[in-house]
Design a protein around this ligand. Structure first.
Ligand code: GLN
Length: 497
C-alpha cells in the first residue's frame, strides 16, 4: 500500500471514497507518524482515542454513502481552538489543563464535515510570536535542516509553528492555524507548505482564544493549494455567535484552487515591499514568481502602497492594545491557573506573574501603556488612523489590479535562538504579512523554491476583500509553475526506511 501519510488531502479523500483504505487505516498511519516525530514537539496533546473513534464513525458513514467534505481525513488542530473536553491551553501556563465545555465553531464545522482530530498543535503562547519559541510547552523544531551540515535546529515559524511542522513532516494531512499578523503565512513559507488566511470575518472566531480580536482570523495549512482550499471550505461560514462573522455564502474554494489560468489578470507588484537589506534570494524568488505569472498570461503592474512602512509600528500598537484587554480575563478566578495571595489583588498579581510568559507580559504592558489616559490619542488612535490609510492604499491598488504578489517573509527559516535577543528583530519577520492583516484582506503563502541552504521560500498572494477565489487561483498557478516537490530529508528518509 502507498504510504498513507504522504498523500495529499485530496488524494486521501479520493482513496477513502474508492475504498482503497479506511479512515481507521489512514488515521493509524498518522498516529504512528506522530510517534516517530515526537522530537519535533509539534503536538502538545495527542488524541488517539478521539481520532480512532471519529475514524470508525467515518468509515461507518462512508459505508452508508453519507460522507461529508473531509470525511475520514485526519487533521491537526492549533491549540488556540477550544475543543470540548480536550486541553485547550493556547500554549500558556495560565490555561494549562483547561478543558473547555464547548467546541469552537470552526472545529465543529470540521467535525460536521467528517474530519478526524489527531491532536492539539503547539504554538506561540496566545499566538504571540514568529518562531514558536514563546510556547509554555517548549519550542517546535522544523523538520527542515540547512544543507551546510551545521545540523542546527530551525524554527518552523510562528505562531502556528506546530501546525506547519506537522503538515510538513507528514504528521497530518492538513491543519488549522490562526493568523493575526502572519501566523499562517510565515510558518507556511518557512516549512515549504501552503497556508491561507481568509478575509477577516470569513471564519468564526467563536471558541478561538482571543489575542487581538480585530485581527485574529482562522485559516488552514495544506501541502497543496487544493488541500488548503478544501480545509478552508469546511472551516468557513457565517456564525451568529461571532458578531464579526460575515453572513455571506462560502464560495467554492476548491473549484477556485483548481483554476490555473491567470490569462488577462492584472497582478500588482508593490514597490514598497522591496525592503532595504532584503536578502538577494528573496528578491530572486519574487522575480521568479513575477516571471511565472507573466508567462502564464498575466499582466504585471507596478503599484504603490505608500503607507507600508507604518504597518509594523501600527500593528505592534493595535495588537498589544487588544491583547491587554483580552487577556484581562485571566485572573485566576475563572480559568486555569490560580495562585493564592493575601487578598484578591495579590492573587491576581501572582497568578498573572506566574501564568504568563515574558512575551505575553511585554505585550500586556505595551498594550496598557498605549491605551492609558494621555497616551491613548498619541498611540492607539494614531495607529487606528494609520490602519485606515493602509487599507486605503490597498483599495486604490485594487483599482488597477486583481491581486498582489509579494514575498511572504523577509528570509528563510532561521535557527532557534536567533533573533531572540531583540524583540524588534523578531517583529520584523511580519513586515510583509502585517499590512494585509491590518486591512482584513485574504492572503496566502505558496512554496516557490529552495534557497542555497536548501530551505523553502514562499510567495504571498494578497487579494481583495472576500476574493479568496482569486488568491487561490493565482496560488494554484504559482504552484503549478514552481512544481515544488522538496520534502524535508528526515521525512524522506523515514519514507525510504
Ligand atoms: N508574529 C506576529 C505576532 O507576534 C503575528 C502573530 C500571529 O499572527 N498570531 O504578533
Amino acid at each position: 500500500m502507498t504510504n498513507l501519510t504522504h498523500l495529499t488531502l485530496a488524494e486521501a479523500l479520493k482513496g477513502l471514497e474508492n475504498k482503497d483504505f479506511t479512515s481507521v487505516e489512514i488515521t493509524q498511519a498518522h498516529l504512528d507518524a506522530i510517534e516517530g516525530m515526537r522530537h519535533l514537539n509539534a503536538y502538545i496533546t495527542e488524541t488517539p482515542e478521539i481520532a480512532l473513534e471519529q475514524a470508525k464513525a467515518s468509515d461507518e458513514r462512508r459505508a452508508k454513502g453519507q460522507a461529508g467534505l473531509l470525511d475520514g481525513a485526519p487533521v491537526g488542530i492549533k491549540d488556540l481552538y477550544c475543543t470540548k473536553g480536550v486541553q485547550s491551553a493556547a500554549c500558556s501556563n495560565i490555561l494549562r489543563g483547561f478543558k473547555p465545555e464547548y467546541e469552537s465553531t470552526v472545529t465543529q464545522n470540521l467535525f460536521d464535515e467528517g474530519a478526524v482530530m489527531l491532536g492539539k498543535l503547539n504554538m506561540d503562547e496566545f499566538a504571540m510570536g514568529s518562531a514558536n519559541t514563546t510556547s509554555a510547552f517548549g519550542n517546535v523544531i522544523s523538520p527542515w535542516k540547512r544543507k551546510d551540515g551545521s545540523n542546527a535546529d530551525l524554527t518552523p515559524g510562528g505562531s502556528s509553528g506546530g501546525s506547519a511542522a506537522a503538515v510538513a513532516a507528514r504528521m497530518a494531512l492538513a491543519a488549522t492555524g490562526t493568523d493575526t499578523g502572519g501566523s499562517i503565512r510565515q510558518p507556511a513559507a518557512f516549512t515549504g507548505i501552503c497556508g491561507i488566511k481568509p478575509t477577516y470575518g470569513r471564519c468564526s472566531r467563536w471558541g478561538i482564544v482571543a489575542f487581538s480580536s480585530s485581527l485574529d482570523q482562522a485559516g488552514s495549512f495544506g501541502r497543496t493549494v487544493e488541500d488548503s482550499a478544501l480545509m478552508l471550505q469546511a472551516m468557513a461560514g457565517f456564525d451568529p455567535k461571532d458578531s464579526t462573522s460575515a453572513n455571506r455564502e462560502v464560495p467554492d474554494f476548491r473549484a477556485a484552487s483548481l483554476n490555473t489560468s491567470v490569462k488577462g489578470l492584472k497582478i500588482g507588484i508593490p514597490k514598497e515591499y522591496r525592503a532595504p537589506g532584503m536578502p538577494e534570494e528573496v528578491e530572486q524568488i519574487w522575480q521568479q514568481g513575477i516571471d511565472w505569472l507573466r508567462s502564464e498570461g498575466a499582466e504585471i503592474i507596478d503599484v504603490s502602497l505608500p503607507h507600508t512602512k507604518y504597518a509594523l509600528p501600527a500593528y505592534y500598537i493595535i495588537a498589544p492594545a487588544e491583547c491587554s484587554s483580552n487577556l484581562a480575563r485571566y485572573d485566576g478566578v475563572r480559568y486555569g491557573l490560580r495562585e493564592e495571595g493575601e487578598d484578591l489583588i495579590e492573587s491576581y498579581e501572582q497568578t498573572r506573574a506566574k501564568g504568563f510568559g515574558d512575551e505575553v507580559k511585554r505585550r500586556v504592558m505595551i498594550g496598557t501603556y498605549v491605551l492609558s489616559a494621555g497616551y491613548y490619542d498619541a498611540y492607539y488612535i494614531k495607529a487606528q488612523k494609520v490602519r485606515r490609510l493602509i487599507l486605503n492604499d490597498f483599495l486604490s491598488a485594487y483599482e488597477q489590479c486583481d491581486a498582489l504578489l509579494t514575498p511572504t517573509a523577509p528570509s528563510a527559516a532561521f535557527a532557534i535562538g536567533e533573533n531572540e535577543d531583540d524583540p524588534i528583530k523578531m517583529y520584523l519577520n511580519d513586515v510583509f504579512t502585517v499590512p494585509a492583516s491590518l486591512a482584513g484582506l485574504p492572503g496566502m503563502s505558496v512554496p516557490a523554491g529552495l534557497n542555497a541552504d536548501g530551505l523553502p521560500l514562499g510567495l504571498q498572494i494578497i487579494g481583495r476583500q472576500w476574493d479568496e477565489e482569486m488568491v487561490l487561483r493565482v496560488g494554484a498557478t504559482l504552484e503549478k509553475a514552481a512544481n515544488f516537490k522538496a520534502i524535508p530529508e528526515m521525512v524522506e528518509s523515514k519514507l525510504a526506511a
